[in-house]
Structures are given as structure tokens and as C-alpha cells.
Design a protein around this ligand. Sequence first.
Ligand SMILES: NC(=O)C1=CN([C@@H]2O[C@H](COP(=O)(O)OP(=O)(O)OC[C@H]3O[C@@H](n4cnc5c(N)ncnc54)[C@H](OP(=O)(O)O)[C@@H]3O)[C@@H](O)[C@H]2O)C=CC1
Ligand SMILES: O=C(O)[C@@H]1CCC=N1
Length: 266
Amino acid sequence: MGTVAIFGAGVMGETLLSGLLRSGRPADELVITERRPERAAELTEKYAVRTVSNVEAAEAADTLVLVVKPQDMAALLDEIGPHVTGDNLVVSLAAGITTEFIESHLPEGRSVVRVMPNTPALVDQGMAALSPGRHCLPDQLDHARELLAATGKVTEVPEKLQDAVTAISGSGPAYIFYVVEAMIEAGVVLGMPRATATELVTQTLYGAATMLRETGQHPTVLREQVTSPGGTTAAALRELDDHKVRAAFVSAMEAAAVRSRELSGG
Ligand SMILES: NC(=O)C1=CN([C@@H]2O[C@H](COP(=O)(O)OP(=O)(O)OC[C@H]3O[C@@H](n4cnc5c(N)ncnc54)[C@H](OP(=O)(O)O)[C@@H]3O)[C@@H](O)[C@H]2O)C=CC1
Ligand SMILES: O=C(O)[C@@H]1CCC=N1
């Protein structure tokens, strides 16, 4: 994989950077770029990685990982495009941005992989979905898979599903944190100290997620096991149904996928 350059070390870029370092990649095989000098200085001090200009990074890197906001992607590609060679692999983590869009801003024939990661990568529990561009070779896709595997699970999807991936696992952690916030608030309403409510909700979430992964049981089966006839869970679930929470999730995730498609305009 050689030298990896991370362009845009914000939330997601720093998450990938820290994961690569945790997985044993030497700091001298990584370079990062940042728009704001104070952010660059902060990251250099924290991770002992080199911060360079976008052009220097493009020239130094074998693998270029683009982690700027979708709205900043066209300008970045125009800046680094002339310095991207046929031996390079370009990996984009941006929501919405298609491999075709990236390829069209680079010299002909460049290898591109589109990835949708998520922030649990920060604790090595990420979920990343990959889609190769037109010129990406199988061993280059393997390189991208290896890069993302440093921070969690990796799967491959046809690119037409990437907007759905973004709506599910890309934005997904935010929906879960939102539900957690609501459950903690409810605990406080019920008279529970906030710290205790937070511990109860967090462990319940962790336990439920572990059950899903380790038992392989369908979530409906697991939910039914909790729902005693005439009991407390049935009373709660009826309220969620009355408030159309399930339908709200479907609408919310459709909106996320629509927004992802809109962002493909750059
Ligand atoms: N956050 C998340 O959970 C996820 C994010 N993503 C994708 O990751 C990308 C980054 O998102 P996120 O980390 O949240 O956003 P951030 O705004 O935190 O990070 C982007 C960083 O890139 C910097 N930047 C912008 N333009 C340039 C440039 N030309 N050269 C160098 N640095 C530049 C920004 O600087 P400045 O602050 O000055 O704008 C910022 O620090 C997005 O495309 C997003 O779709 C994908 C999955 C999950
Ligand atoms: O909100 C966003 O646009 C990014 C993409 C997926 C998660 N965060």
C-alpha cells in the first residue's frame, strides 16, 4: 500500500488516521492535509504524522484517501488531479460523490474506490462498504479493503446501493445516539439520576447489539422474547406504533438517501 495520504483530517479523516496507527501502520507511511493550519498543528502534535500541502501529499502518496466534505470535493480533485498517476489508488469516503464524478476530474484511467465508512471506526467497530470505479483492479480493491479493515468490518456493494448504505450505516450511528438520548431523557423523567440512566441505556444497547450479532436471531424473535403477554414491553411498543416510530425511521432513512444523491452534484 506504500504511503497513504489522508486529504481532510476532520472527524472521519482523523478516525481513519487513528485507526491506521492503532493497527500498526508506521506514522512515517502516512501524511495528512488540512485546510486550517491550527487543525494541522493539533493533529501533528497528537499523532506525530506529517502535515503537507495537497499537492505534496498527492506526489508523496501511493494511496490517496479523500475525506473532505462532498461540497469541497471538486476543488480538491482539480487541485490534485494533475499529480495523480496511473500507479495511484484514489479512495473516496465522501457521501454521495460517485466514482464517475471523481474519474471525470482526474486524468483518464485512474483507479478509484468509493467507500462509505462510519464513526464506530474510532473504536475499531466500523462498518465500511466499498464500490470499485471503472478502472480499479482487483488487487487495488483488496488494498482499499485492507485499509478500511484496520477499523472494522468491510463489505462490497454495487455502487448504485451506496446512497442506501449511507442512509443505513453511514448516518446510522446518529440515529442510535438519538434513540439513546431519548431513552436517557425518559429515565430522568421517571426519576432516575442521569448517570444511572446513561449506564442502564448504554449497557442495554451494547447487550442488544451483541445478541443480534452473536445469536444470529431475527430482531423480531429477539423483540418477542422481551415482550411478555400483557406486560410492560407490549405497553411501550404500542405507544411507539401509535406514534408511527417505525414509519418515521423509514421516512428518515429515505430522506438520507435522497440527500446523498443530491450531494453527488459536488
Ligand atoms: N462524519 C461521519 O460520520 C462520516 C463522514 N463521511 C464523509 O467524510 C467526509 C468528511 O466528513 P467529516 O469528517 O464529518 O467532515 P469534517 O468537516 O469534519 O472534515 C473535513 C475536513 O476536510 C477539510 N478540508 C476541506 N477542504 C479541504 C482541502 N481542499 N484540503 C484539505 N482539507 C480540506 C475541512 O476543513 P474545514 O474545517 O476548513 O472545512 C475539514 O477539516 C465527508 O465527505 C462525509 O460525507 C462518511 C461517513 C461518515
Ligand atoms: O451526515 C453526513 O453527510 C455524513 C455522511 C454519513 C454520515 N455523515
